[in-house]
Design a protein around this ligand. Structure first.
Ligand SMILES: CN(C)C(=N)NCCC[C@H](N)C(=O)O
Length: 280
């Protein structure tokens, strides 16, 4: 039980805005480009757009991830959290447990991720007097609209890309964390808080560095239904994105992902270790 509760810690780790993955604006001269549109004045609030839903859902996401990871490790090694300090699990076991957590988390929570991406990509200004209302009025309205307009399968748009992104990268995430902790901790002892913070931060960066290319593709596929743009699949999305925007497209958002990953994952692991210690 404690393993699942511990993962509430993730409430601190909201996802960065996905607007960086938007497709380039229509070229000058295109029908859309010629339309006279009044751009809303950007405000600081734009950075926080659509954050309430990610904050609420990240607790669930991390509960599933860390819960499955801990239970998979328990099943593989037959040792409790405390015993593992004296008998550390092999990196293969850590990797398999991390991949299992990543796979189940991605598969079960794909609709939440889709809603988050759609809400964060809304470009309409907040409803003003006389102005157009935003397309989605909130998470429930967003889910209902996707269901109506794109069918039940629409809610799982991009789910494969999300699963492919999360399965190996979460294995890497937990292996990096374990490896860094072991380097800085004498055998048989618990890692210090500083070690946990630093190892968690770097584990977050490592996982995002490996995840960013598929993260870009996943977000594009999730937005495709809304932008009246269909990809034939993951490969088609990869090839057409690279053709139009060059290989750099796969690393879009890498700097911001990494800058965000350090503090978020440092705190996530510290809370996880602390709660395991308390209830484990
Ligand atoms: C897709 N990737 C790289 C990950 N999910 N990595 C694990 C970090 C999870 C954390 N909630 C975060 O958002 O950084």
């Amino acid at each position: 039980m404690s393993r699942w509760v511990a993962c509430f810690s993730g409430a601190l780790g909201w996802e960065a805005s996905e607007r960086r993955y938007q497709l380039p604006p229509p070229r000058r001269g295109s029908a859309l480009g010629r339309e006279k549109t009044r751009e809303p004045t950007p405000t600081i609030l734009g950075f926080f757009k659509g954050m309430s839903f990610p904050i609420a859902s990240i607790a669930v996401v991390n509960s599933v991830l860390f819960g499955v990871y801990s239970n998979a490790l328990l099943a593989l090694t037959a040792t409790s959290h405390h015993e593992r300090r004296l008998q550390p699990p092999s990196y293969t076991h850590v990797f398999i447990a991390g991949c299992t957590g990543g796979f189940l988390q991605a598969y079960c929570l794909a609709p939440f991720d889709l809603i988050k991406v759609r809400l964060q990509n809304q470009t309409e200004p907040r409803a003003r007097q006389g102005g157009p209302p935003p397309r989605y009025r909130g998470p429930v309205h967003c889910a209902a609209s996707i269901f109506q307009e794109e069918g039940p399968r629409g809610l799982f748009r991009g789910a494969w890309a999300l699963t492919l992104r999360d399965t190996p990268t979460l294995g890497i995430y937990f292996v990096s964390y374990e490896w860094l902790c072991r380097q800085a901790t004498p055998g048989g002892q618990n890692p210090s808080s500083t070690t946990v913070l630093v190892a968690g931060g770097f584990a977050g960066i490592t996982s995002w560095v490996t995840a960013t290319p598929l993260d870009v593709i996943k977000s594009r596929m999730q937005m495709a239904g809304l932008e009246q743009r269909e990809y034939q699949g993951l490969l088609d999305c990869m090839v057409s994105s690279a053709r139009q925007e060059g290989l750099g497209v796969f690393f879009r958002g890498l700097t911001i992902n990494s800058a965000r990953a350090f503090p978020v994952n440092a705190v996530t692991f510290l809370s996880y270790e602390y709660l395991l210690h308390l209830w484990g």
